[in-house]
Design a protein around this ligand. Structure first.
Ligand code: SF4
Length: 230
């Protein structure tokens, strides 16, 4: 079975910081975050899937023009065929990036040796995860995923999307301290964007009382690299 791909961005300068990359959006996700930007990628199948052979043919034409390919989602590690897809991409000479929430930590451990950089979402304090994902036990999985990434030695960025009604400023500060205590060195917080989000409540209550930058200033020193986006 080949990788189910729900969409593709031919060229991105933002999905893998510092790299020119194509982004492959893997179809399917086990979680149900209200702020999801790509809800069309959540179901296991979609009417608008791109055959993996087409993705490979595109990448053949981009050899030498792109640094790498980012597997994003959805949740890429949902699919057993991710390993083969990564091998094929590497064989074409591309570096491999991965966006994941850590929903399948064992599969994540299997693919990490094929990955040059991983962007791992940490959505909330681990004990409070189901409030964001809608899925009991998701925090334990995300924590195991974080540990896999930190132990692997693969370059990474841990990132948290902040919506003021889901994660208040105190919770962001506590989460940052917890992540630093667990050994996270590269961390980014990013403001919620309504683009693509289909949750009316979240879209209508996204105004912040103080800029996210001021929250970031309180925790920046905990990390080697720290970024605030948006
Ligand atoms: S884990 Fe990501 S893709 Fe899945 S529902 Fe949440 S935001 Fe959407």
């Amino acid at each position: 079975m080949t990788l189910r791909v729900g969409g593709m961005t031919p060229l991105s300068t933002t999905d893998w910081p510092g790299m020119l990359a194509a982004v492959v959006f893997c179809q399917g996700c086990p979680w149900r975050c209200g702020y999801c930007h790509n809800p069309g990628l959540i179901p296991a199948r979609s009417d608008s899937e791109i055959p993996w052979e087409e993705v490979l043919a595109f990448l053949h034409r981009r050899q030498g023009l792109l640094d790498g390919v980012v597997f994003s989602g959805g949740e890429p590690t949902l699919q057993a065929s991710l390993v083969d897809a990564m091998r094929e991409v590497r064989a074409l000479g591309f570096k491999v990036g991965l966006h994941t929430g850590g929903a399948y930590p064992q599969h994540l451990a299997t693919v990490l040796p094929l990955v040059d950089w991983v962007g791992l979402d940490v959505k909330a304090p681990f004990a409070d995860y189901a409030r964001i994902t809608g899925v009991p036990g998701s925090g334990e999985r995300a924590l195991a995923g974080l540990q896999q990434v930190l132990e692997s030695g693969v370059a990474y960025e841990i990132r948290t999307t902040v919506h003021p009604t889901l994660l208040n400023d105190g919770a962001v500060t506590d989460l940052a301290r917890d992540l630093a205590a667990r050994g996270v060195k590269h961390y980014a917080i990013q403001a919620f964007r309504s683009q693509g989000c289909q949750d009316d409540f979240l879209n209508q209550h996204a105004t912040r009382t103080q800029p996210l930058q001021s929250v970031g200033a309180a925790v920046a020193d905990l990390f080697e690299d720290f970024t605030v986006r948006g």
